[in-house]
Design a binder for this molecule. Sequence first.
Ligand code: HEM
Length: 333
Amino acid sequence: MAKLVSFVFVLSLLAFAPLCFCGRNNGGFGSLYPQYYDHSCPKAKEIVKSIMAKAFAREARIAASILRLHFHDCFVQGCDASLLLDSSGNIRTEKNSNPNRNSARGFEVIDEIKSALEKECPQTVSCADILALAARDSTVITGGPYWEVPLGRKDSRTASLSGSNNNIPAPNNTFQTILNRFQNQGLDIVDLVALSGGHTIGNSRCTSFRQRLYNQNGNGQPDKTLPQSLATELRNRCPRSGGDNNLFSLDYVSPTKFDNSYFKNLVGFKGLLNSDQVLLTGNDASAALVKKYADDSEEFFEQFAKSMIKMSNISPLTGSSGEIRKTCRKINT
Ligand code: HEM
């Protein structure tokens, strides 16, 4: 009898899960589920995937750029596509924040996906879900792990420029500040190290790591954890002044391949950003994780997928909260 009661209880939880927990979700996985569009827009996942594949064929870096957009969206008001809004009326775009200005890219590809989805099934698939799917596809396209993306997010009617400036970690933050910013989003040290593995693909501008080369602690000295030879090489194209937008691979070994060489680089003190290298030098627990992922790419892939699902579940708008935007760049009128 007890078994029957608990069976019925679990069943009813499953049946009602999509209907409850509406509004800003606390990060539990209750309200989102992978089959969300199976009836309302059965081709949605396929459409995202094929446009991502075309965009990747045009330019390999796009995968990295889109993966980053999802991260920068989720850390500000949750994964609600607030990052995609342009300035207008009361909205001050997050695209102008310190982490995003002259840096965040890939918005045109999201527009392309959205307009294809609007043709296929009007006002059905949210921009927030497009970002979550496109980030997964970016990972797979570059050789990384696959996971089923829980879906059903709605889009915000607001953006937060200050949230974008304050919540997203900066490359010159201390280990503790970076960890705090992850913890503020309900993510832990394991998520921090695994998700930083996203830097196995993509580029950084000189301006994001220059401090390490010339003046790490305000005393005119370079970062002492940076090997001489690497410092010399980087200074060639990242001078003391000028060249701010010169690009460098975050993972110099295999910049367009999603693999664990990012962690191998860190073990060899060859991380590009200060925020990368401090995962090895700033904390014993994170150093152990870096070494684990450097040794075992399967462990990294498995944890990356888990942590991505966790990050994708930060405070989604669900149910009658938020809206399905017609255009990702502006709220519905
Ligand atoms: C842990 C804290 C993090 C910091 C401080 C950080 C910082 C940065 C910085 C400074 C850049 C280069 C931006 C530029 O110079 O234009 C960058 C690029 C990138 N980040 Fe992060 N990041 C962090 C975590 C993450 C996470 C969690 C992900 C995804 C899971 C991610 C994915 C990326 C990708 C893919 C790029 C390359 C983008 C491109 O080539 O367009 N980052 N990050």
